[in-house]
Design a binder for this molecule. Structure first.
Ligand SMILES: *Cc1c(COP(=O)(O)O)cnc(C)c1O
Length: 422
């Protein structure tokens, strides 16, 4: 595998972009390689600047559920471009997308469009605080909710403490209202409510955690979160930036039958363009300006090009009834190949079209068990796959994303390569 040109571009980029990349995980830091610079992508394949072809299981970290450059989405974007790129005024498309979202995810009676998942979560939390008139939130260790200040936290010392910043540049004061609980651990949540119950505005959770690898909620865990937030008049926020339109048309909330108060979306909803959204009950969403007192705005929010890509993508998902089942079947084949190759040497967590292979013999159910993975072995496995034309996330702690564009041939090849890992 020749990667001369990628290396050269990486060196040049490092001179004028921090670390040569515009988002840290792209730098391949945890797999000890230089990143590939990508030239183009089509369907299930991605091509680097040295002309190498890979079957892509990153899919831009989730958005490309239809694969790359789906002609219908590209045509919708081109048509939208012909009418100008942005107006900063309301359009019919925004209405169509919001309506479509509320049809597919009924708990989102009203929706605000923004331009990233980070923005969606940041805004949803502001609304939760405005609505409940409380300051504290609970997040789970290992769940990722974008890079806003109050969410870049880690646990402080001691069992029941407030969090501390997990990034320099975040003032302690910005994180002191973020409490940290353990995913899949009801006790840890109960203790926080016991101590701070009347001050907690909301719990924010990835209903299926997909940013510490993939970790599924234990039976009853999401229902427990629903019940305890009701008991204390707090809100439940599902961060469905990954799971929305990934686990099914109704997201994780449809899949598990749990209704949150607020939901955040991103990734798939933009079909490859920068879009995020947050929404929920009308009564709560009407806290947002100009109706209510919670301020939130965006120059390019509801941008007509991004909105066109989103509408087309969701419409295709809606009109392809067997799509989720097909992707799941392909995922199961990969899971089977991994099990055949590694037997009980690894833990493989998967749901729908999301897969994660943890290099640990223990079951991965939370942050600590995820951290027990052997990241060196992952790095070796990653390098082997790459050398054999398969591109998956350059980090142990990310999901493998299947798309509807993966063909039987792609899956067959992937399985064969996995089985031949020495
Ligand atoms: C990716 C992600 C975000 C952040 O979205 P950006 O568009 O990268 O800002 C938030 N929450 C979850 C669960 C995510 O996976």
């Amino acid at each position: 595998m020749n990667s001369e040109r990628s290396r050269e571009l990486f060196e040049k980029s490092k001179a004028c972009i921090p670390g040569g990349v515009n988002s840290p995980v792209r730098a391949f830091g945890s797999v000890n390689r230089a990143p590939l610079f990508i030239e183009r992508a089509a369907g299930s394949k991605i091509y680097d600047v040295d002309g190498n072809e890979y079957i892509d299981y990153v899919n831009s970290w989730g958005p490309c559920i239809l694969g790359h450059g789906d002609k219908r989405v590209i045509d919708a974007v081109k048509r939208a471009c012909d009418n100008g790129l942005t107006y900063g005024a309301p359009t019919e498309k925004e209405y169509i997308l919001a309506k479509l979202i509320s049809e597919l995810i009924p708990s989102m009676e009203q929706t605000r469009l923004v331009s990233s998942g980070t923005e969606a979560v940041m805004s949803a939390i502001r609304v939760a605080r405005g609505y409940t008139k409380r300051d504290m939130i609970i997040k789970f260790r290992g769940c990722y909710h974008g890079h806003s200040d109050g969410l870049l936290v880690k646990a402080g010392s001691g069992a029941l403490t407030h969090s501390v910043p997990d990034s320099s540049g975040v003032p302690y004061d910005y994180t002191k209202n973020t409490l940290i609980a353990e995913y899949n651990n009801e006790e840890s949540v109960k203790e926080l409510f016991h101590q701070y119950g009347e001050k907690i505005a909301a719990i924010i959770v990835e209903p299926v955690a997909a940013n510490m690898g993939v970790v599924l909620p234990k039976d009853g865990f999401l229902q427990f979160l629903r019940d305890i937030t009701r008991k204390y008049d707090s809100l439940l926020i599902f961060d469905e930036v990954i799971t929305g339109f990934r686990l099914g048309l109704g997201g994780a909330q449809g899949y598990y039958g749990i209704t949150p108060d607020l939901t955040t979306l991103g990734k798939i909803i933009g079909g490859g363009m920068p879009v995020g959204a947050y929404g929920g009950k009308k009564e709560i969403m009407e806290m947002v300006a100009p109706v209510g007192s919670v301020y939130q705005a965006g120059t390019l929010s509801g941008n007509p090009i991004a909105t066109a890509a989103g509408i087309e993508t969701l419409t295709i998902l809606k009109n392809t009834p067997d799509l989720y089942r097909q992707m799941e079947k392909q995922a199961e084949k990969i899971v089977y190949a991994v099990k055949e190759r590694f037997e009980n040497q690894v833990c493989i967590n998967h749901i729908g079209s999301l897969i994660c292979i943890f290099f640990t013999k223990e079951k991965v159910v939370d942050f600590d068990s995820a951290m027990a993975s052997d990241t060196k072995r992952y790095a070796d496995y990653f390098g082997y796959l790459l050398e054999n034309g398969i591109y998956q996330a350059p980090s142990q702690y990310e999901a493998m994303f299947l798309s509807h564009a993966h063909t039987d041939e792609d899956i067959h090849k992937t399985c064969a390569v996995i089985k031949n890992y020495r």
